[in-house]
Design a protein around this ligand. Structure first.
Ligand code: GLU
Length: 288
């Protein structure tokens, strides 16, 4: 039995595939509604809660009816990349839509929410990082559940985190969270990709991250509109763990897993914090 009852500050990350319909990319309102209820309940229990939500690009592509064009889009080297422009436009449309849905659903429970969009600059730049941390602190003091995403509309390759697994670990480190829950379309970490290897074993607990664990985390794919796979989750685990934050990777197929995890159930893969005394968040941002 895991003991998470004293976890006061929790970051939950949900991927695009878990809150959108696979067939169309449109928002899955039933799942969004359950997610919001779970998070509000955590907050009602006296915890600080931050949500890192993907889905902007997926929802935007669907809304603007450009999903097909985007996925058949070409990369160019002789000027602005057509696909990038579509993605950034989709993110601008989709992020606003997504926030509108989160606002509506949270307000059904009288729960305040807010939006924070970040890029690598937010962390690398000392003043930006200082401001971002202060804003999170203030929002949490006010009882808000902030919804965070990458600022995909302006982030290009040089300044993007690229995936929200990494972003959520950076956020957890920035705000000194006690627990990061990464919700995915898989139960947790296996010794190999279980979709390809039937002998892959499930790993329930990782006390120390090492090369063997890294080797389990192959570049399994993310879904349409999302990024990720196990490799980005384990790289996020390195950040969270070094910052002193416990982490659980769990399946989003049942959003009840959120309260199950908090109440100590053996759900998903638990990666123990292993705090480095000289942890500096900036050191964990990949330089391009
Ligand atoms: N920020 C992207 C979005 O909102 C998703 C990135 C990811 O899937 O990790 O669509």
């Amino acid at each position: 039995m895991r003991d998470f009852k004293d976890k006061k500050r929790i970051v939950v990350k949900i991927g695009s595939s878990s809150i959108t319909h696979k067939e169309t990319g449109g928002a899955d309102l039933v799942r969004l509604e359950k997610l919001v209820r779970e998070l509000t309940d955590l907050h009602n229990g006296g915890r600080d809660v931050v949500l890192v939500s993907s889905g902007a690009i997926s929802v935007g592509l669907k809304a603007a009816n450009i999903r097909g064009i985007y996925y058949s889009g070409t990369e160019r080297t002789d000027g602005p990349d057509e696909k990038l422009k579509l993605k950034q436009a989709a993110a601008a449309i989709g992020q606003a839509r997504l926030m509108m849905m989160y606002q509506k659903l949270f307000s059904e429970y009288n729960q305040m929410t807010a939006q924070i969009l970040m890029t690598k600059h937010t962390i690398v730049d000392n003043l930006n990082r200082f401001n971002a941390r202060n804003t999170f602190e203030e929002l949490l003091t006010l009882g808000v559940i902030p919804v965070v995403n990458e600022n995909d509309t302006i982030a290009t390759y040089e300044i993007e985190f690229g995936d929200n697994d990494t972003l959520s670990a950076i956020v957890a480190a920035l705000i000194d969270a006690d627990l990061l829950i990464l919700l995915s379309d898989i139960d947790g970490l296996y010794t190999d990709d279980p979709r390809e290897n039937k002998d892959a074993r499930f790993i329930n607990e990782i006390v120390k991250l090492d090369d063997t664990v890294d080797s389990f985390a192959k570049g399994t794919t993310g879904s349409i509109g999302g990024t990720g796979g196990m490799a980005t989750k384990i790289s996020a685990a390195h950040i969270a763990s070094a910052s002193g934050c416990d982490m659980v990777i769990a399946n989003a197929s049942d959003l009840g897993n959120i309260h199950r995890i908090i109440s100590g159930a053996d759900t998903g893969t638990f990666i123990h914090a292993d705090k480095k005394h000289d942890f500096y968040i900036e050191d964990y941002i990949r330089e391009e």
